[in-house]
Design a protein around this ligand. Structure first.
Ligand code: SF4
Length: 334
């Protein structure tokens, strides 16, 4: 049964919700990972896209229940990088051979449209692709950021279960979040989304629905993060035993969207010492290295004990993978 579902996924890249549920529930069957790895290598080769991650502000107006930098957490030392500090990070990224940087921050209204455009233009003076991950903005702002040179945008839906979404995201609108994703797609961004796996109250059905949503929007990048409880949040006492399920969600996503970019997330490395390697053998093809200035790195703590990867290139070579020489767009396979 599982074998025939996997064959169908491999050859057609489509599955019904029930078939996805079967794959997610089948904890003891490892062939899902083999198929996800096989299809990943078929479409993306043995190449890994390395992205430099710059966490430029940990100020956020939102209060997501799972997030260590939510506005209610008064223990966070807040920071904002200046434009010249951001450019210093870019130079580090270029020196390390990165062809893409991801500019990530909380929803910080200090960085209004004008300030973001200025940063984009400064970054795009360098030969580097730019991904923004700065949350919900208006259609017009997204348009202006695109015109200023931004290439990609990440905004995870987190969960397609509306009730759960509202429980986890006080004062936020599920419909607005969904609209943001569609707006970004329509503006020609390479658009990334994704979900958290293991939230209290989340069902396997809703995870299957998340995967179908990724397929429906034809996302270009998908980030799957296992939930990790942060001690300074209302979810501090929840379980963090979510690595395997997150890996299965990621592997099924790869089968349905074979040519997209999927990171081996830092959250996976945080839960397992070899978490990233396992993910890279189960359908992931992207690594994000944190290139934020050292003094700020530990202050962007969405979840505790966040790992950053060192010696990435050497580690990749040991498992027969190589850093890509391209900017890592969806169509790049070398
Ligand atoms: S998850 Fe993002 S939007 Fe929510 S509180 Fe954290 S930084 Fe802000």
């Amino acid at each position: 049964m599982i074998q025939s579902i996997l064959e169908k996924a491999y050859f057609t890249n489509s599955l019904t919700k029930n078939e996805i549920i079967e794959l997610l529930l089948n904890k003891n069957d490892k062939s899902l990972y083999t198929y996800a790895d096989k299809i990943c290598k078929k479409y993306k080769g043995n190449f890994i896209h390395l992205r430099g991650l710059i966490e430029f502000t940990n100020v956020c107006k939102n209060d997501c229940l799972y997030c260590g930098i939510r506005c209610s957490n008064k223990k966070v030392q807040r920071y904002r990088l200046t434009n010249s500090q951001i450019i210093d990070c870019i130079k580090t990224g270029l020196k390390n051979g990165y062809k893409t940087v991801v500019l990530q921050g909380g929803e910080d209204s200090f960085f209004d449209c004008e300030k973001i455009i200025k940063i984009i233009k400064q970054i795009k003076q360098y030969d580097i692709a730019l991904t923004l991950s700065i949350g919900e903005r208006t259609y017009d702002e997204y348009k202006l950021f695109k015109e200023a040179g931004a290439d990609r945008y990440l905004i995870r839906i987190e969960t397609t279960d509306k009730n759960l979404y509202y429980k986890m995201h006080p004062n936020m609108s599920y419909d607005n979040r969904k609209n943001c994703i569609y707006n970004l797609k329509s503006l020609g961004y390479e658009t990334g989304t994704g979900c958290i796996v293991g939230l209290a109250g989340q069902t396997i059905e809703s995870l299957a629905q998340d995967i179908l949503f990724f397929k429906e929007v034809n996302a270009d990048m998908i980030g799957i993060g296992p939930f990790i409880p942060h001690p300074e949040t209302p979810l501090a006492n929840e379980s963090n035993d979510n690595f395997d399920l997150a890996l299965r969600v990621m592997a099924v996503t790869r089968l349905l969207l074979p040519d997209i970019n999927i990171p081996a997330t830092t959250a996976m490395e945080t839960l397992r010492p070899d978490g990233r390697i396992i993910a890279l053998k189960s359908g992931a093809n992207v690594i994000m290295d944190n290139i934020t200035l050292a003094e700020f790195k530990n202050k962007y703590e969405i979840y505790p004990d966040k790992k950053s990867s060192n010696r990435t290139k050497e580690t990749l070579q040991k498992i027969g993978l190589f850093p890509s020489s391209t900017k890592g767009f969806r169509s790049d396979n070398h």
